[in-house]
Each structure stands twice: as structure tokens, then as C-alpha cells.
Ligand binder design. Structure first.
Ligand code: SF4
Length: 251
């Protein structure tokens, strides 16, 4: 039977989800429950929840993705699997990565890191780059703001970093939650000994999630937050640069 996945969006001409011009395939379902989630309508993997989603076959996704092959070739782009959390549909992700490899499309997996080490090993050879989210180092705060411990996320990052240099870190900068000095220093300290990981993107909090909480009638536990200023972002970027990391602000 042909593989089928639950997809809630497919974005063309994406330029913040990896190198070059890309198509980003958004998987439905995520094990985490971040208070600030920018795609709250996709967290529930259940397709019958009435929120945006569609079931797509492998062939349907690949037909869409292949339409922009010329842009990938010209820009050094490719296909990004995001969500939600693409690792929650590991069989469908695996099938798509195999199909992309056959077409020689560059592949990125944008992950929160919450999956088994075996699942990361299963796909590792067909992934060109992992965009790996790191958010909060203090486990108690991690459980509070995301619902689960960060142990598995940190273990998987250590595991992937030991295998090679495919991992680039993404850190959402959420005012009063992830942006405090203790958290940023703890992230730098953790990454410092993972020498294969030297690229960090700092993603300033934006109001997309807040709008969606309203639009889809999903409870908003954070209330209204202001977005970080350019000076706030530059100060955090400076800390990473001083410690030898290549830093980008934005995706
Ligand atoms: S990991 Fe991403 S998709 Fe999952 S809840 Fe957090 S912000 Fe939302």
C-alpha cells in the first residue's frame, strides 16, 4: 500500500527553512506543547480534529515537490520536512526521504529532537541537514513550558553531533522564557563541547502564534508578549559569537 501522511501545509519558495529556495512540507502532530507554538493548529496529530490538514500520498507530495526542481538546482535549495514534528510520522518521513534521495533533492529535517535515537539513526544517511531546536536547558522549566523533559532532546543532540556535522541549532528567543542569561549561558556551555555543532540561528518571537490561537480558538497560556528588540537579539548573538559560534538572526 502506498505510504500516506497527515500534512497540514506545503509551502513553496521557502527561504528560511534551510539553504536556497525550498519547499517545506509541514507534518501534523507534535509531542511537545510549547506555550508559544507558532503552528498550534498542527500539534494534534489527529486528522479528525477539524483543524487544517490533509492526507497526502507519497506520490502526491513528491509531485508537488518536484514542480520546483529547477529552483532547487539554481539556488542550492531542496525540500524541508517540518511541522509539527516530522519524526512523529517516521514511516512517511522515511519514504519521502528515500524518494528525495532518488531525485537528488537536498533534504532538511526541522526537528524538536523528541524521538528515539533509533529513529534518528534510521533516517540519518538520507538527511543532508538537521535544523534542531534547543529551547530551555533547565528541565523543570522545560516541563512547564513544553510539557516534557528535555533529557531525550539533549541525548539525541549529543548522539547526532557525534555522528557528523549535519546539525544546525535553532533557538526561539521568547521574552522572559528562553532569553534569560542563565538559559543562554547554559545552551552555550552545552554546545561548547559538541564541536561538530557550530551554527546557531536565533529566532525572535513573533506574533503569528498569538493570531492563530485566536483564529482557531486554542487557549493562549502566554497572553500577549512583545517581540524582542534588535538590541536584545544582537546582545544574545554577541554571546554566541564570543564563544566561537556562527550566528544568524532569523531562520
Ligand atoms: S516543537 Fe514546534 S510545533 Fe511542536 S509545540 Fe513546540 S513550537 Fe509547536
Amino acid at each position: 500500500m502506498e505510504p500516506v501522511g497527515n500534512i497540514f501545509d506545503l509551502k513553496k519558495y521557502a527561504i528560511h527553512d534551510g539553504p536556497g529556495i525550498r519547499t517545506t512540507v509541514f507534518f501534523k502532530g507534535c509531542p511537545l506543547d510549547c506555550w508559544w507554538c507558532h503552528n498550534p493548529e498542527c500539534r494534534n496529530g489527529d486528522v479528525s480534529d477539524g483543524l487544517p490538514n490533509r492526507q497526502m500520498t507519497l506520490a502526491e507530495v513528491m509531485t508537488e515537490v518536484a514542480k520546483d526542481e529547477i529552483f532547487y538546482d539554481q539556488s542550492g535549495g531542496g525540500v524541508t520536512f517540518s511541522g509539527g514534528e516530522p519524526m512523529t510520522q517516521i514511516d512517511f518521513l522515511d519514504a519521502l526521504l528515500t524518494a528525495c534521495r532518488a531525485r537528488r533533492f537536498h533534504t532538511v529535517v526541522d526537528t524538536c529532537g523528541y524521538a528515539s535515537a533509533e529513529e534518528f539513526d534510521r533516517i540519518y544517511d538520507r538527511v543532508d541537514m538537521f535544523l534542531y531546536d534547543l529551547k530551555i536547558m533547565d528541565d523543570k522549566a522545560h516541563k512547564k513550558y513544553m510539557g516534557l523533559s528535555n533529557n531525550l532532546i539533549l541525548e539525541n543532540l549529543t548522539h547526532l553531533a557525534a555522528r557528523g556535522n549535519k546539525v544546525k541549532i535553532r533557538i526561539p528567543i521568547i521574552p522572559d522564557i528562553t532569553d534569560n542569561a542563565a538559559n543562554i549561558d547554559a545552551i552555550i556551555q552545552f554546545l561548547d563541547s559538541r564541536k561538530n555543532v557550530r551554527d546557531v540561528s536565533l529566532l525572535p518571537y513573533n506574533l503569528f502564534g498569538e493570531d492563530k490561537f485566536k483564529r482557531f480558538s486554542i487557549p493562549n497560556r502566554m497572553g500577549h508578549l512583545s517581540t524582542p528588540t534588535d538590541a536584545d537579539m544582537a546582545a544574545i548573538a554577541g554571546k554566541f559569537r564570543e564563544s566561537g559560534f556562527r550566528v544568524k538572526i532569523g531562520g
